[in-house]
Every structure is written in C-alpha cells, then in structure tokens.
Design a protein around this ligand. Structure first.
Ligand SMILES: C[S@@+](CC[C@H](N)C(=O)[O-])C[C@H]1O[C@@H](n2cnc3c(N)ncnc32)[C@H](O)[C@@H]1O
Length: 281
C-alpha cells in the first residue's frame, strides 16, 4: 500500500537540493555527445500543481522554491535551476507548478539520450505517462524501481545516471537503497548514481553512510542541506544527496550555492550544509 504522495512535498527545501544536484550532474554528463541513459527508480508524477489541495495543505514549497522564486540575487547556478522551474511555469510571473525529477532530466538531456522512469503509484504513473506521451526518448514503467532499474545497466553507450529517490515510508528502504547501489555499481562500475535521503532519524543516516563506506565502492560524495538542527520534533530537519562517481565539477558547483541556500532556507541560526568526500577516489 503506497500512501506517500509527492504532491504534498513538491518544491520543498529537499527538492531544491535534489533537483539542483540532478541538473548539475546532467549538465556535466551531456558535455560529451555519446548517448546517455537516465534511470529514475522512483520517478513520481513528473510535475505538481502547487495550487492543489495537497500542496496547499502543507505549503512546504513556500520554504523551498517559494523563497527563491524570482529573486534577482541568486548565485549563478541556482539561477539556472530557477530558470528551469520558470520554464515549467511557462515563464509566467506566478509560481503555480513545480517540476519533478523526470521533467528536469528530460530538459537537460538531448535527442540521442533515453529516460527510463519507474513509478509504482497507479495515478502518478498515469500522470507521468501523459506528460511524456509525445517524448519518444522516455519510457514510463509502472513497476518496482528497486528491481527494474538494474535491467538498464550497463547501458551500451557505457554512460548513464541512476537517480534513487524513494519515499522511505517503509523502513526497509534504507537497506534497499544500499543493495541497489551495490548491485548497480557491480554491473556498471563507472556509472553515476545519485541517492536522495531524508534526515528524520540521524542514526539511520549514520548507518547508511557507514554501509556505503564499507561497501568497497570508491569515489562517493555527500551533500546535505539542513533547515534545522537534528531533533525529534519536526520530522525531516534536513536532507541530502549521496553521489557515486560524481562529475569532478559537482563539489565546487554545489559549494558555490550551499552556503547561500543554507542561510536562506534554514531557520534563523540553524541552517547548515555538508559537502564531503565520503569515500576517496
Ligand atoms: C520521493 S517521490 C519521487 C519524487 C521524484 N523523484 C522527484 O524528484 O520529482 C517517491 C515516489 O516513489 C514511488 N514509489 C514508492 N515505492 C516505489 C517502488 N518500489 N518503485 C517505484 N516507485 C515507487 C512513490 O509512489 C512516489 O511517487
């Protein structure tokens, strides 16, 4: 039973870090003309109405994209990310819609690239299918992305990105992401893998980091953006991205925006960021 719906959370501070990181990775990977395969293990609906009852109920986007929207003092790379969101809003002055990872990836990718998008929720997979009905590069797969993603690796072009972005509503997900990363890396050792994680219980994230450090996989970076200090009262206090085989430009790219972002999106005196080489090259 899937109860998580991303429409309640679209455009929040966690999406900002996730989608900025995705854009920076694809910006780098598309510099070579060889075809690229993008696999999204948990794709969501592809786009969200911020005017919907779900989005308005929590209004999480107001503490995320809402704080960046149409500011003229954004760091350069954050302005590029906001440009994508504006494109999704048809360049209208009001923020009404927020794009999901598949749409952002589809914008960054080229004619020769392919997207394989897993989404298990029947309604969201249908919305996603409709969104990409005319895009021949995209295939929506209404099945379990933990299982299905591995089938696309290694791609024949030997160039690809796997985005792993589960809802973690089932606690098993913390273990499943480690297994998926290890299996994907076994099949495609040079591929880029990006994992999103929420900090609700720091103990789980410490364990996740330790498991990856002990996995034998090299060259792993971690980026985290915190709204509040760790505590047990506010649900998700921060979130992060763990990237295997990151582009060599990624750390500097994100470090050019994270100090600013943590100041602007963090609670007064509590916003913070991490940018670490979790495992050496
Ligand atoms: C955090 S959301 C994805 C958001 C999306 N990646 C984005 O950035 O726009 C997680 C999604 O995974 C879906 N889901 C949950 N378990 C799944 C599974 N085993 N395989 C594929 N999708 C799953 C949920 O229905 C939900 O839409």
């Amino acid at each position: 039973m899937l109860s998580y719906r991303h429409s309640f959370h679209a455009g929040n501070f966690a999406d900002v870090l996730k989608h900025l990181t995705l854009q920076r990775i694809l910006n780098y990977l598309t510099q070579k003309s060889k075809p690229l395969v993008y696999v999204d293990s948990h794709a969501g609906a592809g786009g969200y109405q911020l005017t919907s009852a779900e989005a308005q109920k929590t209004a999480e986007y107001q503490q995320g994209i809402g704080r960046l929207w149409q500011r003229d003092d954004l760091p350069e790379l954050l302005a590029e990310y906001c440009q994508l969101v504006m494109q999704f809003n048809n360049q209208q002055p009001q923020l009404r819609r927020y794009p999901g990872s598949p749409w952002i990836a589809a914008q960054c990718l080229r004619e020769q690239d392919k997207l394989f998008l897993h989404e298990l929720h029947p309604k969201d997979s249908q919305t996603l299918t409709e969104l990409f009905r005319k895009d021949r590069r995209c295939k929506v797969i209404a099945a379990d992305g933990f299982k299905g993603s591995l089938g696309f690796f290694p791609p024949t072009s030997r160039r690809g990105l796997l985005l792993i972005d589960p809802s973690y509503e089932i606690k098993d997900d913390y273990q499943k992401v480690v297994t998926l990363i290890s299996e994907a890396h076994k099949r495609f050792a040079t591929g880029c893998i990006a994992l999103w994680y929420p900090v609700v219980d720091r103990y789980r994230i410490n364990q996740l980091e330790k498991q990856l450090q002990d996995s034998g996989i090299q060259n792993i970076q971690l980026f985290e953006l915190g709204q509040r200090h760790d505590n047990n009262h506010f649900g998700m206090t921060s979130s992060g991205m763990i990237v295997v085989n990151p582009p060599w430009t990624l750390k500097a790219d994100l470090e050019s925006t994270l100090p600013w972002l943590s100041h602007e999106l963090g609670m007064t005196g509590e916003g913070y960021y991490r940018s670490e080489q979790l495992v050496a090259e």
